[in-house]
Design a protein around this ligand. Structure first.
Ligand SMILES: Nc1nc2c(ncn2[C@@H]2O[C@H](COP(=O)(O)OP(=O)(O)O)[C@@H](O)[C@H]2O)c(=O)[nH]1
Ligand SMILES: [Mg+2]
Length: 480
């Protein structure tokens, strides 16, 4: 499946704005996930379990623990999931169309990761292409949530981790437009609860205000849309990002040509056309025809731009001579699309893949044990409880607290305090007095009556500062 990729330079097309895919090898989540993988594999090999469905499940969980962060793109039919997947892949792999298209979850992954799933009727894996984040995430395109058929069951099962564990997601991008329906909010909450650990509730959910080019009204509009989604989700750890994915796909996949640029330049050079450029295709089309321009020049631009949002916003930089060629136009549209902000959020989640993976696999494994025999179920529960005390897991709490610093839970804390906490948690250089001041400030935050999660994060920051001070004092004691 999928359309043929458009190679840079093919058909006179521009090279696009796609950053070069990394040559780096895929990065496993981290030491705690590796330890959990070992636990699963060792338990699967126990004499009492060999050959049972529980052993099979454990082996799949073990494989999951070795993969980069598994991110599923979820939302209604035609929300723009496949278009967003193409933009992130920087290649037109996923089939884009108005009707319901995707019948399986398709996992795109670095060729050196694998196999990410056992191919089934519910999921397939595609070890191609290298994409900008391919060393850090495995990306899943999913059937829409509101399909007329049973296809949405495939997505619901994947989110719940109900079918083969290996087909499940560790994080989701939920595409929802400007409003989050009650049903969508419920789906996000269920996913968050079924994958969360003690500190990670909702941190693995990103609400994407998709097709944001349809929302026009100045720079603050997208911010307002993002805030609105966060309020509607009522999920403290969640993040939200507005994205115009079709612009992103056009820019990233080398779809802009010299002809597109020529048409835009003609609009930019004409005051009357410029005045109507942001008012929709009909108004622009009428003015364009009235000025005697060829009728066949506008449709190709409409095809790659969707709405006139990007047309209007491209005109000032064009008139200022800031766009030299179609590559320059692609970079501008990539900026306008908001895709890079979404990639930054994904990179951040990938940096914390260890805790997100351990928490989601643990939560799912615990649920899986409910249908096992008591012996193996108890064994796994005991081993999971012991896992958290291992040295490999020592950094998990700090990692989760660091990620939570960004979210709604800690919005009430001044940004300066949060920045210091982040420095402390990431073990960045800090003077003794800075560590002490940070410990005091956050001890005060911990005493304020807030949600349990906010208090716990504050306590972790304090513990972290005091531990760092303590180890320094001990070092100095030894030196002196
Ligand atoms: N206006 C606008 N339309 C878009 C955007 N992204 C996708 N579309 C259109 O929405 C339709 C469905 O897109 P698709 O990616 O196949 O949606 P999916 O069913 O969620 O995978 C297609 O006609 C796209 O051209 C966007 O950023 N802006
Ligand atoms: Mg699709």
């Amino acid at each position: 499946m999928g359309t043929a990729p458009d190679g840079p330079g093919a058909d006179g097309r521009a090279g696009g704005a796609a950053p070069r895919p990394p040559r780096r090898r895929p990065k496993p989540p981290g030491p705690a996930s590796a330890e959990l993988a070992g636990l699963c594999a060792a338990t699967a090999a126990e004499p009492g379990l060999r050959g049972t469905p529980a052993a099979e499940e454990l082996r799949r969980f073990a494989a999951l623990c070795g993969q980069p962060l598994r991110v599923a793109v979820v939302g209604d039919v035609s929300a723009g999931k496949s278009t967003l997947v193409n933009a992130l892949l920087a290649t037109r792999m996923a089939l884009v169309q108005l009707a319901e298209a995707t019948a399986q979850v398709t996992w795109y992954h670095h060729p050196l990761v694998g196999p990410t799933v056992a191919a089934t009727d519910a999921a397939v894996a595609v070890p191609y292409p290298l994409f900008p984040l391919s060393d850090r995430i495995v990306l899943g395109d999913t059937p829409g949530m509101n399909t007329a058929s049973d296809r949405q069951l495939v997505t619901e099962d994947m989110l719940r981790g109900a079918r083969a564990a290996s087909a499940s997601a560790t994080a989701v991008l939920y595409l929802c437009g400007t409003n989050l329906s009650e049903a969508a909010a419920r789906t996000c909450t269920e996913f968050a609860l079924s994958t969360a650990g003690p500190l990670t509730e909702g941190l693995n959910v990103v609400l994407v205000a998709s097709k944001a080019d349809g929302v026009d009204g100045g720079a603050d509009t997208w911010n307002a849309v993002e805030e609105n989604l966060l309020r509607q989700a009522r999920l403290p750890g969640a993040a939200s990002v507005a994205v115009a994915q079709q612009l992103a796909e056009t820019a990233r996949c080398g779809m802009l040509t010299r002809d597109h640029l020529g048409t835009l330049r003609a609009i930019a050079a004409d005051e009357e056309l410029t005045a109507v450029a942001g008012h929709g295709w009909d108004a622009l089309g009428r003015a364009w025809a009235a000025r005697g321009h060829p009728a066949d020049a506008l449709p190709p631009l409409k095809e790659v731009a969707a709405t006139t949002y990007a047309i209007a916003r491209s005109l000032p930089p064009l008139r200022a001579g800031e766009v030299a060629d179609s590559d320059g136009l692609a970079r501008l549209w990539e900026d306008l699309s908001g895709l890079r902000r979404l990639e930054e959020r994904l990179s951040l989640l990938a940096r914390h893949a260890d805790v997100l993976t351990v928490d989601s696999v643990t939560a799912r494994l615990l649920r899986a044990t409910a249908s096992w025999d008591t012996g193996p179920a108890r064994l796994v529960r005991e081993r999971l409880a012991a896992l958290r005390t291992r040295p490999a897991c020592a950094g998990l709490e700090r990692s989760a607290a660091d990620l939570a610093l960004d979210g709604l839970t800690l919005r009430h804390v001044p940004p300066g305090d949060r920045a210091l906490a982040a420095r402390a948690l990431r073990a960045l250089p800090m003077k003794d007095r800075e560590l002490l001041a940070t410990a005091r400030t956050w001890a005060a935050h911990a005493r304020r009556p807030r949600r349990l999660l906010a208090r716990r994060v504050a306590e972790i920051v304090v513990e972290c500062c005091l531990t760092r001070l303590d180890s320094r004092n001990r070092d100095q004691g030894r030196d002196g």
